[in-house]
Design a protein around this ligand. Structure first.
Ligand code: FE2
Length: 429
């Protein structure tokens, strides 16, 4: 007797008519025609069953704070940072916990199973750290929350950032972050990378830095991050988030840089919604897109996950915890329009990010954790096209969120009375 059984699902690899059986929180069988009984059975009706969406880059301490204490008028990254600086002293630990838990509810209902959130350590009270450690604990049964110690105001530019970042790690924050392009000089930026990578190396921690989130083609901290990764033997444990300056760099320099990033095993996390919104703000026309060179990095062997970065905060007024929105934007901005490229964009919000976050037992395989979503789409490309409705969200072999299928009633004489957007899928993917 299984605990949970899904009948007749399609899988991201193209298999159809598959049953998935779960017991004790794990997937035990992935095959056709499982006949054994289960305590709970759902019929997938041929819809796509995929592993959870993974958001590898987020700012939970700032989320849902939109309008407090005011709105970002210029829409720039720098006004966002100063606005966040106005909110930090007036918000309480309880405020941050309440907003974060509310966001986690939304994220789970949208099928997100893990989030890597940066948490600001430039605050002598470490309110965000206290709050998010509490939230990490409260949500652990239904959401994996990884925390990155993030010296938002600069490791050296802020006088107590280094000390507070180390305190945050001592309190239990998981990962070492940084923001080299916000330090006072290029050399202090480079020094911050060296220091932070050494701290990570000594403590056996992963690194995930905001790196070169600027349109400045001379912002080349990713080069130092790749160098320090190799010097300290941290291959596969370091991520460069954003990397937007690469969009603007000289092509000859990039032809040297990308192989260095690949050789160092540094991962990349572009944040398409935020990069397209914040970058290029000093341009007239043509305006730069500000998304890093996704195709070129990927083709060189760099592992890439797309992050959402912000939802309703000082930097971004929109967002609804929909990783399919993130993939949709990344696909368009990166002109990733072939069938293979579009399917890869689905990997960038699922399996690639799971690997970047070092999540274990992830996927739709026997022995993996019984965490998955049933989406109202036939395949990953359709899921992105439709930003597919989440019909069921399953965690540890239990339903934790459900939705009725999305359909519109059409009231036009002589035409069908129901319109189902998912029925417009091409016959062959
Ligand atoms: Fe960020």
């Amino acid at each position: 007797m299984f605990d949970f059984l899904v009948k007749n699902a399609s899988l991201p690899d193209g298999r159809e008519g598959i049953d998935i059986a779960c017991k004790n929180g794990l997937i035990t069988n992935v095959e056709k025609n499982i006949s054994a009984e289960a305590k709970e059975t759902i019929d997938a009706n041929g819809w796509l069953l995929a592993p959870p969406f993974i958001d590898p880059h987020f700012h939970m301490d700032a989320t849902l704070s939109l309008g407090t204490p005011r709105l970002n008028k210029s829409g720039t990254l720098l006004e966002g940072i100063s606005l966040w600086g106005e909110l930090k002293p007036v918000q309480t630990v309880d405020d941050i916990i309440a907003r974060s838990l509310k966001y986690c509810d939304l994220a789970v209902s949208m099928g997100i199973g893990a989030i890597r959130s940066h948490v600001d350590t430039c605050d002598n009270e470490l309110k965000g750290v206290q709050a998010l450690l509490e939230v990490r604990n409260q949500v652990k049964d239904y959401l994996d929350l990884q925390l990155v110690a993030f010296p938002q105001d600069g490791l050296y530019r802020d006088p107590t950032a280094l000390e507070n970042t180390i305190r945050a790690l001592d309190m239990g924050v998981d990962i070492v972050g940084g923001i080299p392009h916000f330090e006072r000089t290029m050399s202090e930026g480079a020094q911050s990378i060296k220091t932070l990578c050494e701290i990570a190396s000594e403590r056996g921690l992963l690194v995930d830095m905001h790196c070169d989130e600027t349109d400045d083609p001379m912002s080349r901290h990713i080069e130092t991050l790749a160098y320090e990764t190799q010097r300290l033997g941290l291959q596969g444990r370091v991520t460069g988030s954003h990397l937007t300056s690469m969009h603007s760099m000289d092509n000859y320099y990039v032809s040297k840089l990308i192989p260095l990033i690949a050789e160092a095993g540094v991962h990349a996390i572009p944040n398409p919604l935020i990069n397209i919104m914040l970058q290029g703000r000093h341009d007239t026309y043509p305006k730069r897109r500000g998304q890093t060179r996704v195709r070129e990095l990927r083709d060189a062997g760099v592992l890439i996950g797309f992050g959402s970065d912000c939802v309703m905060d000082p930097w971004y007024s929109l967002g609804k915890a929909d990783m399919l929105d993130v993939a949709f934007m990344g696909l368009h901005v990166g002109q990733l329009s072939s069938r293979e490229d579009m399917a890869w964009c689905f990997d960038a919000i699922t399996s690639n990010s799971a690997t970047i976050m070092h999540l274990e037992d992830y996927g739709i395989d026997a022995g993996a954790k019984a965490n998955f979503n049933l989406l109202q789409a036939k395949n990953p490309i359709e899921a992105i096209r439709l930003r597919a409705h989440r019909l069921a969200v399953v965690r540890s072999g239990k339903l934790i969120a459900t939705n009725a299928p999305l359909k519109a009633e059409l009231l036009i004489k002589g035409r069908p009375d129901i319109v189902d957007p998912a029925s417009y899928a091409p016959k062959k993917a």
